[in-house]
Design a protein around this ligand. Structure first.
Ligand code: MG
Length: 500
């Protein structure tokens, strides 16, 4: 007995020494659809690094975002809460928006900071800028930030130069506003941002951050919301022309190359075995861009809609030695990232109503998800037109359907902007295991089992809607042209003079 006690003590000391808090790398693509990655079946995408994460990690088939557009989805990812609570609706923030993700919301970075984590965000923020940059990442728990703080089409496209440098990127963007700025922490570093060098700058920022903190032995959280593969697609010299898929494929390949650089620095520093990498996208493909859009695979419609193509996304969790390679059909969501990170790090959860559940059991043991339901809000939720659809286990009930401009030009007329709001009573009910594309509503005639499912869903809807307190809409706070980021504050005439 006397000999066992010191041995146990030694073992527990050893385990405490090896139980350094895990690092987190959260990768978030933009407007990337369910069918866009090689590992999700796309025939011409070039995504070797993301495919590696999928082959050696856990790949999800039933992973959901909370909104079919950018800003609300980002708010839910970082807070673990539906966007209706934080007020990040309707639609998205613009360069002159007065509002932003409210500062009293708790982000993943703020959950980790009390434990001594180094935190950084790089890429597309899109949760507001506000007066004096009050909503930028450095005021939301991130020590450092490098990026364009909104969508890169929210500025004149003629300044968005693609490779080779004399080629203009395809399409039209927002004219009459400032050219897109590259912000470092709180200051404009470059305006307009140089898209030929942008991805390299992001990759360098990300790898330097990881290397610095891995060498120090300080746990870190890197959030990389990429501009890729949002319209208009661009790619620097090392990615342009590399993919069979054209400009969309090149943009995706450039994102994938940064993932490769991140993996390399994690391996070089030895941090890889203590790092959870999680990859997903903010919303479905913007099908209106035709061959320059993403692809929802077998799923119906895309961005802007509450069909599966708008809100079911590729997702991969990778952690060598901790997460076994595999595939899961369990239901999970971006809402679940914050509770999972908190659980793995041993951090306190924010003292607010959270909509996410802890995925640790699902990730580490490929166990069952604690999530049975997913709520589908339209991009412009109101208390009157609140939930458009609910998923319960394998069933999804649509109370309302509507097409969207973002998904127009697809041959399926249900996706089109010209398909107005339709109410369904009884709701359209689909079996998503048998019919992932939602093509064949189930007939309820003589089906007591399906009536019971609908009753259960109705009950869930009533309870959820009765308990939902809508936060004040931050996007409806409006715009102030003086808030548009300008590197040359006193210049004139604006916005053309905002160049540095
Ligand atoms: Mg998006």
């Amino acid at each position: 007995m006397k000999r066992i006690v010191p041995l146990l003590l030694f073992c527990s000391l050893l385990s405490a020494a090896s139980a350094a808090p895990p690092n987190f790398v959260l990768l978030f693509a933009d407007d990337l659809g369910f069918g866009d990655l090689g590992c999700y079946g796309h025939p011409t995408s070039l995504t070797p690094n993301l495919d590696r994460l999928a082959a050696e990690g856990l790949r999800f088939t039933d992973f959901y975002v909370t909104s079919a557009v950018c800003s609300p989805s980002r708010a839910s990812l970082l807070t673990g809460r539906y966007q209706t609570r934080s007020g990040v609706y309707p639609g998205v923030f613009y360069p002159s928006s007065i509002g932003g993700l409210p500062l009293n919301e708790t982000t993943i970075a703020e959950v980790l900071k009390p434990l001594g984590y180094a935190t950084a965000a790089v890429g597309k923020w899109h949760l507001g800028i506000g007066k004096n940059g009050m909503f930028l990442p450095t005021n939301q728990g991130f020590d450092h930030y490098l990026g364009i703080p909104y969508s890169h089409d929210m500025g004149p496209c003629q300044n968005l130069t693609c490779f080779p440098p004399d080629v203009k990127c395809f399409g039209t963007c927002d004219l009459g506003t400032v050219t897109v700025p590259l912000i470092h922490d709180k200051h404009i570093k470059q305006q307009p941002a140089n898209f030929l060098e942008l991805e390299q700058a992001y990759s360098d920022f990300a790898t330097d951050f990881i290397s610095t903190h891995a060498k120090k032995g300080q746990p870190f959280f890197l959030y990389y919301p990429s501009h890729h593969t949002h319209y208009p697609q661009y790619a620097g010299p090392t990615a342009a022309g590399r993919s069979l898929r054209g400009p969309f494929g090149d943009a995706l390949f450039e994102l994938d190359s940064t993932v490769g650089n991140i993996l390399a620095v994690l391996e070089e520093t030895g941090a890889i075995n203590n790092t959870l990498i999680f990859f997903t996208s903010d919303n479905g493909p913007e099908l209106m861009r035709k061959s320059r859009s993403g692809n929802a695979g077998p799923l119906r419609c895309g961005k802007g809609t509450t069909y599966e193509g708008g809100m079911r996304e590729p997702a991969i969790a990778f952690w060598p030695g901790k997460i076994k390679p595999g595939l899961t059909h369990e239901i999970a969501s971006i809402l679940d990232v914050l509770p999972t990170v908190a659980s793995l790090a041993g951090a306190q959860l924010p003292k607010v109503i959270l909509d996410g559940v802890d995925m640790t059991e699902l990730l580490i043991n490929q166990g069952q998800s604690k999530r049975e339901t997913m709520m589908f809000y339209p991009i412009d939720p109101t208390e009157k037109y609140s939930l458009f659809a609910i998923r319960l286990r394998k069933y999804k009930a649509h109370f309302y359907t509507r097409g969207a401009s973002h998904s127009s030009t697809t041959p399926d007329k249900e996706c089109s902007l010209f398909t107005p709001l339709q109410a369904h009573d009884p709701p359209l009910l689909f079996d998503l295991d048998a019919d992932p594309p939602e093509h064949y509503p189930l007939s309820l005639e003589g089906r007591a089992d399906l009536h019971a499912v609908l009753e259960e869903i109705e009950k869930i809807k009533q309870q959820f809607e009765a308990s939902m307190v809508f936060g004040e809409s931050q996007i409806s706070r409006g715009k102030d042209p003086n808030l548009r980021p300008c590197c040359n504050r006193d210049c004139s005439p604006k916005p053309e003079c905002c160049r540095c």
